[in-house]
Ligand binder design. Structure first.
Ligand code: TYD
Length: 143
């Protein structure tokens, strides 16, 4: 019988908000509020509620994901535990560490996600098969 998966603790970063009657200004600074140098930024837009994104892990890449507009859910799994969180505030980033499987879904209309990445795009860094991910987690745990 499979044990019930442990809960994984999400890591959040609260960005400062400079708000006034005109709205919010949210500074995001590399190596300050974001704990790494940013080499790449990408956006996910025109998303469909029924078409999840992600569904992979990275071997070494560190990222922070922010819902600039709208909201979605993010499922995180590290191979021993998992959690599902709501990403729904532009002043709050979710850390996507290496070897954490992540899948974004349930996008609200107009949802725009911003992703800050520590490295340039590298397909070799992706783990796109869940079985391979679990094998690597177990190999890492045994090492
Ligand atoms: P992918 O990472 O699979 O998308 P998601 O995880 O959001 O569902 O990337 C989709 C496509 O875009 C794939 O062909 C690779 C390409 N891509 C880049 O060229 N540069 C990038 O920085 C990223 C993240 C993806």
């Amino acid at each position: 019988m499979r044990a019930h998966p442990m809960m994984m603790e999400p890591q959040w970063i609260d960005f400062p908000v400079r708000g006034d009657a005109r709205g919010k200004l949210i500074p995001i600074e590399a190596e300050r509020t974001v704990p790494f140098a940013i080499r790449r930024v990408y956006a996910l837009a025109d998303l469909s509620a029924g078409a999840p994104r992600g569904g992979h892990a990275h071997r070494a890449l560190r990222q922070v994901i922010v819902a600039l507009s709208g909201a979605c859910t993010v499922r995180l799994a590290d191979g021993t535990g998992e959690t599902r969180v709501a990403l729904n505030r532009p002043e709050r980033g979710l850390v996507l560490d290496p070897m954490v499987w992540h899948e974004m879904a349930d996008f609200t209309p107009g949802c725009v996600l911003l992703v800050l990445a520590a490295e340039h795009y590298d397909e070799a860094d992706y783990i796109r098969e869940w079985d391979e991910f679990l094998r690597l987690v177990r190999a890492g745990a045994a090492a």
